[in-house]
Design a protein around this ligand. Structure first.
Ligand code: ZN
Length: 369
């Protein structure tokens, strides 16, 4: 089968003819209809220090990718819930049911959790083997280019709703104009946030953020003081109820706490390139009475349920976020688009089958590359 494979411990990946995966008794074989490029794939593609440490040389060759939508064509002998013919997507966090967190219902945080496309072969191929327990059955009417985006959409749903689902009628500042930030603007809008501020660098993606639901876009060309006073001016001097840090930037973390109102919620999603940073602990956390939520993954399957309902109902349209529809063979073009700065690319969807690609292009009403 066609597959995009990391073969060598260096930047890049190759299109190869790889053997079809053999499924274990608890796995299903999925014929990939659509798959999409995520930041994690970019780390592996670039072979940066994270990828070197996490995957290492020994496990290569490995197929990239984890965001997927496809049809189940074979099920293992222990599989009971999923049937041949089901149209599925996959939760990336392959949880270990025996972990304490899994037993407590926080399956996405397990000590022995494995990640699809990172700890095992991924979805940038014609077929992928997926454990039954992480399969989510899609609405057959949901186009595969949307179904594959449910994984990052789930991050946005979890980040926006937090642990208390208390968003309606509240103001929110989102730092970061990558896919997570832009998807979050859309989710915040449908969840009833009444003022949505989006902070980012690229005029193109900020404009998509407006289309998705941001009321105010704040460029990084402004000074931090200008952005802070803009947000305070528009929140009666109180600051915003909810902050989403999706830029992975220490400056955004500090700025986020500065514009958080007392008693508000700070949501930490972005990963900093260096873990250590200084923070005014007393004023930002203690005296502010801040609630701080770390978001790692999606609630399994609460956020899948909500994300898929947002899409099926038509309440949320992801079209503006899908900027590229490409054949799997053109993965290099996809990675170059994701890496290009200033950013003009959000989600790149790859199709192993040319017919699926043609159908997806026909469904588009707006321009796509
Ligand atoms: Zn992803």
């Amino acid at each position: 089968m066609k597959a995009i494979v990391k073969t060598k411990p260096e930047p890049g990946a190759e299109l190869l003819d790889a053997p079809e995966p053999q499924i274990a008794p608890d796995q299903v074989l999925v014929k990939v209809r659509a798959t999409s490029i995520c930041g994690t794939d970019v780390h592996i593609y670039k072979w940066d220090p994270w990828a070197q440490g996490r995957i290492g040389q020994k496990r290569l060759p490995q197929i990239l990718g984890h965001e997927v939508a496809g049809e189940v064509v074979q099920v293992g002998s222990h599989v009971t819930r999923i049937k041949v013919g089901d149209y599925v997507s996959a939760e990336t966090h392959i949880y270990d049911p025996g972990d304490l967190t899994a037993l407590l219902g926080q399956r996405h945080l397990g000590e022995h959790m494995k990640i699809l496309g990172v700890d095992c072969d991924g979805a940038f191929a014609e077929y992928i083997a997926v454990p039954e327990r992480v399969c989510w059955i899609n609405d057959p009417a949901l186009p595969p280019e949307f179904a594959t985006i449910q994984e990052p959409l789930g991050n946005a749903v979890y980040a926006v709703l937090g642990e208390d689902n208390d968003v309606a009628g509240k103001s929110m500042v989102i730092f970061g104009d990558g896919p997570a930030g832009i998807l979050s603007a859309g989710v915040a809008r449908v969840c009833g946030a009444t003022q949505i501020f989006l902070v980012g660098r690229s005029p193109i993606t900020l404009e998509v953020g407006r289309k998705m639901g941001a009321d105010h876009t704040l460029s990084l060309e402004l000074s931090p003081e200008e952005r802070i006073s803009y947000i305070l001016d528009h929140t009666h001097g109180n600051g915003a109820d909810i902050i989403l840090e999706m830029a992975g930037n220490p400056q955004a973390v500090s700025e986020g706490f500065k514009v958080l109102r007392k008693g508000g919620r700070f949501t930490a999603f972005g990963v900093l390139s260096s873990s250590e940073m200084t923070l005014d602990y007393n004023n930002y956390l203690v005296f502010k009475g801040a609630q701080v939520y770390g978001i790692n993954g999606r609630k399994i399957f609460d956020t899948w349920y909500r994300a898929s309902n947002f899409l099926s109902s038509g309440r949320l349209d992801l079209s503006p976020v899908i900027t590229h529809l490409l054949p799997l063979e053109d993965f290099e073009k996809g990675f170059q688009a994701v890496l290009a700065r200033p950013r003009n690319c959000l989600k790149v969807v790859l199709f192993p089958d040319q017919n699926e690609l043609e159908k997806a292009k026909k469904r588009r009403t707006s321009d796509v590359r």
